[in-house]
Design a protein around this ligand. Structure first.
Ligand SMILES: [Zn+2]
Length: 87
């Protein structure tokens, strides 16, 4: 499935870009995983929704089968920068 590999490569590049950009903002300390809430999201990915990590140690996305993901159309989890409440 070359197309799926390309799609996951694109998702990986977007993830790496988002983490890299967060490193440029000192007030961003954490990033939060957001998973898609629909029938194509596996139980593993659904359970990751809302988890927060220090921006230097965010698990690599998209999740792989080795991570525990079995989304039929591939992992679509993303990360968003957490903006502090007092920003
Ligand atoms: Zn999954």
């Amino acid at each position: 499935m070359a197309d799926m590999r390309e799609l996951q490569k694109m998702r990986r590049e977007a993830f790496l870009r988002d983490v890299r950009q967060a490193q440029e903002f000192d007030f961003i300390e954490q990033m939060e995983i957001v998973s898609v809430e629909d029938a194509n999201t596996c139980a593993f990915c659904a359970a990751q929704n809302g988890k927060r990590y220090p921006k230097a140690s965010v698990p690599e996305l998209p999740h792989s089968e080795a991570d525990g993901c079995n989304c039929v159309i591939g992992c679509r989890c993303i990360v968003i920068a957490v903006v502090p409440d007092d920003f």
